[in-house]
Design a binder for this molecule. Structure first.
Ligand code: HSE
Length: 436
């Protein structure tokens, strides 16, 4: 049988990795897919560079439209990123009846509903394993391996840049700004790291996972997104003294009132496997009602790890392309006519535990005031740490860990604490998950 023809949009790091791995493992891949998979055409603005990578074996063009309009191309791989030209080309490829593989989490988290609808109407596959956690086959696990389960929650370290920065901050006791510069120097962080450090990249991935886990539309606009840029080294140190590590988690959880979808720095018990995921690695913990907890760990970025996911999608499509669309795995794991309209909860309605750090005057009654405020709000204290004032200072740090409560309760308690004359400045609040 003739090889299936693939057109590649964008041959940057991942595109190059995809090209290299497909070439290196072509015989094994052919044996698995049932036919060869050949990148027949590449579009990249830097045509010269692209030609150097692919040699004379395939056509190189600057205009992606030539790829998506080429009747000989069966599958389009979109590795451009963003939601400008990438969205136009993906929509056009679908309209032209081509299957699409994309690593573009931003595109799917914001325009997924439109893309999947168009794909369904055309009977084509849109595959996106590489969009979440790079080389970890988490989409496959959620859509297929765990399909018997009612998923209860997912908590993931799904951004390598921020995990690298947090690991370095903890290991070396350095502040965020210093570590970020070092991460940029070493190539772990982009020159413009905004999407990573502000939690946006993780929120795109958490949004996609929430849709697949709970059978709801992708709704990035409803996600709560908080990055690590305001995190202070002192809190990483106190968390450690209390037996916790701070990770940027993407969390999505089913509750009786709706679905939680949030990304923020989170204290997790140091003994959990997830707490020990260090450096740029990713890991996703999934709690299903039948299977219990399962953990997926690996490289969440990089040329060949991401290529591994892209090529897995190519193989899936090659195997399934001739199958009746009705019998394929649905894009978001649930049949399109069986999607739920369960609301995503506003942040004020979510339930979690909290780490609070306050700078207080070292005087009688301060602790009583703080505990009274928490008791009034129905918030139970789990642990407490008070540090002596530093030499020559009159103010002490108090750290309180609470049991679970609603975000709106802690908001109200924090406002009352900040109004006390004995409390200086803002209360630092970091959410805490036991993940048990
Ligand atoms: N920039 C991401 C990370 C990888 O640092 O994990 C691509 O989503």
């Amino acid at each position: 049988m003739n090889p299936i023809k693939v057109g590649l949009l964008g041959i940057g790091t991942v595109g190059r990795g995809t090209f290299d791995v497909l070439k290196r493992n072509q015989e094994e891949i052919r044996r698995r897919a049932g036919r060869g998979i050949e990148i027949a055409m590449v579009a990249d603005l830097d045509v010269e560079r692209a030609r150097q990578i692919v040699g004379s074996q395939c056509e190189v063009v600057a205009d992606g439209n030539l790829v998506v309009d080429n009747p000989d191309i069966d599958i389009v791989i979109e590795l451009i990123g963003g939601y400008g030209i990438a969205r136009q080309l993906v929509m056009k490829a679908i309209a032209n009846g081509k299957h699409v593989v994309t690593a573009n989490k931003a595109l799917l988290a914001t325009h997924g509903t439109e893309i999947f609808k168009a794909a369904q109407e055309k009977g084509v596959i849109v595959a996106f394993e590489a969009a979440v956690a790079g080389g970890i086959p988490i989409i496959k696990a959620l859509r297929e391996g765990l399909t018997a389960n009612r998923i209860q929650w997912i908590a993931g370290i799904i951004n390598g840049t921020t995990n690298f920065i947090l690991s370095e901050m903890r290991d070396k006791g350095l502040d965020f700004g210093t570590v970020l510069k070092e991460a940029q120097r070493l190539g772990y962080a982009e020159a413009d790291p905004t999407f990573d450090i502000k939690g946006v990249d993780a929120a795109h991935k958490a949004t996609i996972m929430s849709a697949i886990a709970f059978g709801i539309p992708v709704q990035f606009d409803k996600a709560y997104v908080e990055g690590i840029d305001a995190l202070e080294a002192i809190d990483i140190g106190y968390a450690e003294q209390l037996g916790y590590r701070i990770k940027l988690l993407g969390i999505t959880r089913r509750t009786d009132r709706g679905i939680e979808l949030r990304v923020h720095p989170t204290l997790i018990p140091a003994k959990r496997l997830l707490a020990n995921v260090e450096g740029a690695m990713n890991a996703v913990l999934v709690q299903g009602d039948a299977v219990g907890a399962t953990l997926y760990y690996g490289k969440g970025a990089g040329a060949e790890p991401t290529a591994s996911a892209v090529i897995a999608d190519l193989v899936d499509i090659t195997r399934l392309a001739s199958a009746d669309p009705e019998h394929r795995v649905p894009y978001l794991a649930f049949q399109p006519d069986a999607m739920a309209d369960t609301p995503i909860l506003p942040m004020s309605e979510i339930t979690t535990s909290y780490y609070l750090r306050l700078k207080v005057a070292d005087q009688i009654g301060v602790l009583a005031d703080l505990t009274r405020i928490l008791a009034d709000g129905g918030i139970s204290i789990d642990a407490m740490l008070q540090k002596e004032p530093a030499e020559g200072e009159t103010q002490a740090d108090i750290i309180l860990l609470t049991h679970q409560t609603q975000e709106k309760q802690i908001d109200a308690a924090i406002a009352r604490m900040e109004a006390l004359s004995s409390v200086s400045g803002k209360v630092t609040r970091i959410r805490l998950e036991e993940l048990s």
